[in-house]
Design a protein around this ligand. Structure first.
Ligand code: PBG
Length: 329
């Protein structure tokens, strides 16, 4: 042997599973998971979203059975997204504050069956508008303050139906503070606000818009309200403002291509961070898994663990149930 032996061998701490387990810096657990689900009108419906293999649109009569694994496996929360019937969509998204809309009926049903499961209600107008935008459009522009007024009505409507966590995903300015005030006035002082604070105008939302059947309706893009993927400092400003306005937690979205944003926010703020591994990321991974190019379980666990390493406290993912099952074994 020529030369010196290294005095420090980094590989010693990787020598076997037990040592690696002892020293691992981050752990993924069922406690970290949020499962997004798509709810559709009608009866006896459970159809797969074609661009999201394994993810379904489910009617309310089947919702209990569909969501039961989440409750049984201990997934803390589900996020509800409605596939609003075409005839109920209009230019101002008025179905969003109908007390009998899909979200409200689903919330009452789920609260009844699974009282401990946290329900997250997405607040934005795109599932309800005939043009697919997240707000009211005037002269080709989504108008901020008028949209916020509708978002407030939508939020109160969801809180009345039993939604635990209001999650505005619309990216209008000032909506967190306005919704917080309104919730408090209505006595919902303990209804949480989980703000999509840093939400980018991303190509990765494509399959979600398929799921909601809103993609075909959308005229133009969402770049005047969702963030430019080029920007990082702007995300810190968005988060700072939402914290000041009363957000209890914030979402960064999409997930995997934006881990640097999670880390930047983590280093600067103490608020709980949720990362959203969005529909396009799911579609991409599932495509590779189904082609046999990536290993199924290992891929899910690694991608989700990396969100923890980046600094996320919780992860919204269409893989939540599969991940919970793997973690339980
Ligand atoms: C609605 C909303 C979107 C997503 C969550 N809430 C779509 C969009 O902004 O166009 C995307 C989620 C996903 O792709 O999984 N405002």
């Amino acid at each position: 042997m020529i030369g010196n032996f290294p005095s420090t061998r980094m590989r010693r701490n990787r020598i076997n599973h037990t040592t690696r387990r002892l020293f691992s810096e981050n752990k993924l657990s069922v406690d970290d998971l949020i499962w997004p689900i798509f709810i559709v009108e009608g009866n006896n419906i459970e159809t797969e979203v074609s661009s999201m293999p394994g993810t379904k649109r489910v009617s309310i009569d089947r919702l209990g059975a569909y969501v039961e694994p989440a409750a049984r496996l201990g997934v803390p929360a589900v996020a509800l997204f409605p596939v609003t019937a075409k005839e109920k969509r209009d230019p101002t998204g008025s179905e969003s504050y109908n007390p009998d809309n899909l979200i409200c009926r689903a919330a009452r049903e789920l609260k009844n069956q699974f009282p401990d499961l946290l329900l997250i209600g997405d607040v934005a107008l795109d599932p309800y508008t005939s043009h697919g935008h997240d707000g009211i459009v005037k002269d080709g522009y989504v108008i901020n303050d008028e949209t916020v007024e509708v978002l407030v009505k939508q939020s109160i409507n969801q809180a009345l139906a039993g939604i635990d966590i209001i999650a505005p995903s619309d990216m209008m300015d000032g909506r967190i503070g306005t919704i917080r005030q309104a919730l408090d006035q209505y006595g919902f002082i303990n209804t949480q606000l989980m703000s999509y604070a840093a939400k980018y105008a991303s190509v990765y939302y494509g399959p979600f818009r398929d799921a909601l059947e809103s993609g075909g309706l959308l005229k133009g893009d969402k770049k005047t309200y969702q963030m430019d993927p080029a920007n990082r400092a702007e995300a810190l400003s968005e988060v700072e403002m939402d914290i000041k306005e009363g957000a209890d937690s914030i979402i960064i979205k999409p997930g995997m291509p934006y881990l640097d944003i999670i880390r930047s926010v983590r280093d600067k703020f103490d608020i709980p961070i949720v990362s959203y591994q969005v529909s396009g990321e799911y579609a991409m991974l599932m495509g590779a898994i189904q082609s046999g190019f990536l290993k199924h379980e290992e891929t899910i666990l690694e991608t989700l663990l990396c969100f923890k390493r980046a600094g996320a406290n919780a992860i919204m993912t269409y893989f939540a149930i599969e991940a919970a099952k793997i973690l339980q074994n």
